[in-house]
Design a protein around this ligand. Structure first.
Ligand code: SF4
Ligand code: SF4
Length: 456
């Protein structure tokens, strides 16, 4: 099946279901457009054209709010197939590699920051790189996280602790634009007597995956999988402070890996049955495994996705040993291992749980952790909202206004709560909030760090 056929197949399922017609009317641009095309097809008998399908695909931010995994997987696969077929525009190629931008922009941060505030330079950037001139770009710090952590290398050598040890996958945006976040992560773990090892790492690959750039995405994955599998074998738990990186390492990389001979053979040889993870096959809810005789699905179940030629054993190993930082701290607390000497933080905070956290199915660990802080009052946002930034999509000239349109309902909700501080663990959401609200925006780990330092 080619991209168009797969998409049409999934669109027919949605057409017969229609549950998302109203459900995602505000937080997603795909479904309103899809149902408009479906209605047109019904009324005028005009088949949805390839151009219309390509446009539909470009509207998806991969926020993962849609209930069925199949439609978003078909959208992403189609995007990738279109890029394989028609090539990637220079403007996308120039901005999709967030790590490269971080390194380039941070080489002489004063100059970059001057250019980012200069109207002529922004006009030029819009023409050449396609970054909308009104999109606020955060200033590049004098010292980024890799530089900061390098100075502390003595303290973070691998294997210095006997009990818990974590390897930190920090994410490009945090490393190069918001180093105060990963610094807070390191400090909170150290406060709890846990060494933080910072292994060499590349971009998690989500921005390029979202743009359909298979080659770049797989290149990142290859490097990360090898390095992270090594640290897991050395006894480390991997922790991520970015929900998108976590979603990539825990959920996306392992898709199909359970159907590979490398994983199946040892399992089958024990009980003659193949273990099928419920996640990703029947629904997007993770609820363990079921077992079937091998021959039933022999032809269907294959590890043939995006990352299939990277060791499935390593992909599963990484997925099973990766935690969101908040999730990890909540586990510590439940085991009575978290330092609870938390000082007061007097503030009225609004917490926004980002899309890719929801998709990890771990609840809201930071809401739990923030509730332990004396003096802090937290309102949280419930319901189907999305910030609309979608990785680098909100930066693009042609998507800037759509991105703001998606965010508008969330922003109105936040403003109605009149917070003193806005908190979310997603830095892409943070950039959108900095664009559209007057509030100070913090990662929850920064509030936890502040609480520790306020303890007397
Ligand atoms: S995504 Fe699933 S629930 Fe939503 S309309 Fe399509 S089939 Fe129905
Ligand atoms: S992933 Fe998000 S943007 Fe894409 S179709 Fe689903 S709800 Fe819409």
């Amino acid at each position: 099946m080619n991209a168009e056929d797969k998409l049409r197949y999934e669109i027919t399922k949605c057409r017969n279901c229609e549950a998302c017609k109203d459900l995602l009317n505000f937080s997603c641009l795909v479904f309103p457009e899809m149902f408009r095309l479906v209605d047109k097809e019904r009324e005028a008998g005009e088949k949805i054209s390839t151009d219309e399908l390509r446009h539909l695909v470009d509207l998806c931010t991969f926020c993962a709010a849609c209930p069925c995994l199949d439609i978003r997987a078909a959208l992403m696969e189609a995007k990738t197939e279109y890029i394989d077929r028609y090539g990637l525009k220079f403007k996308i190629r120039a901005i999709e590699d967030v790590e490269r931008i971080g390194k380039l922009g941070g080489a002489i941060p004063q100059l970059t920051n001057f250019l980012l505030r200069n109207d002529v330079a922004r006009g030029l950037m819009e023409k050449t790189l396609g970054i909308h001139r009104d999109r606020k770009i955060p200033g590049f710090p004098k010292e980024n996280f890799p530089e900061w952590i390098k100075k502390r290398e003595k303290n973070i050598k691998a294997g210095t602790k006997e009990k818990r040890k974590v390897a930190y996958f920090a994410g490009c945006t945090a490393r190069y634009l918001f180093p105060e976040v990963p610094k807070a992560v390191v400090e909170v773990f150290e406060r709890n007597g846990i060494d933080v090892y910072y292994p060499e790492q590349g971009c998690c690959g989500m921005p390029s995956l979202l743009e359909g750039d298979r080659k770049l995405t797989v290149g990142f994955a290859r490097i990360n999988v090898d390095r992270l599998a090594d640290v897991v074998e050395e006894g480390y738990d991997i922790v991520c402070s970015c929900p998108t990186c976590g979603y990539m390492l825990k959920n996306i990389l392992k898709v199909g890996a359970h159907y590979s001979p490398e994983y199946r053979d040892p399992v089958e040889s024990i009980d003659g049955l193949v273990k099928i993870p419920l996640y990703g096959l029947l629904s997007s809810e993770y609820s363990g495994f079921f077992q079937i005789p091998v021959e039933l699905f022999e032809e269907m179940l294959k590890d043939e996705g995006y990352f299939s030629f990277i060791s499935p054993r390593k992909r599963i190993m990484i997925a099973e040993n990766t935690y969101d930082v908040g999730e990890y701290l909540r586990i510590l607390h439940k085991k009575g291992e978290l330092d609870t000497k938390l000082g007061p933080v007097s503030a009225l905070a609004t917490y926004y749980p980002p899309c890719h956290l929801r998709e990890q199915r771990i609840g809201r660990p930071y809401q739990y952790l923030l509730s332990l802080i004396p003096g802090l009052s937290v309102d949280s946002i419930d319901g189907n909202y999305c910030c609309g930034n979608g990785g680098i999509m909100g930066f693009k000239h042609e998507f800037h206004h759509s991105s703001i349109k998606i965010a508008s309902r969330l922003i109105a909700k936040i403003k109605s709560l009149k917070p003193e501080v806005l908190t979310t663990e997603c830095l892409s959401c943070r950039m959108q909030f900095n664009q559209l609200t007057p509030y100070k925006v913090l990662h929850p780990i920064q509030i936890i760090k502040e609480s520790y330092s306020n303890y007397q």
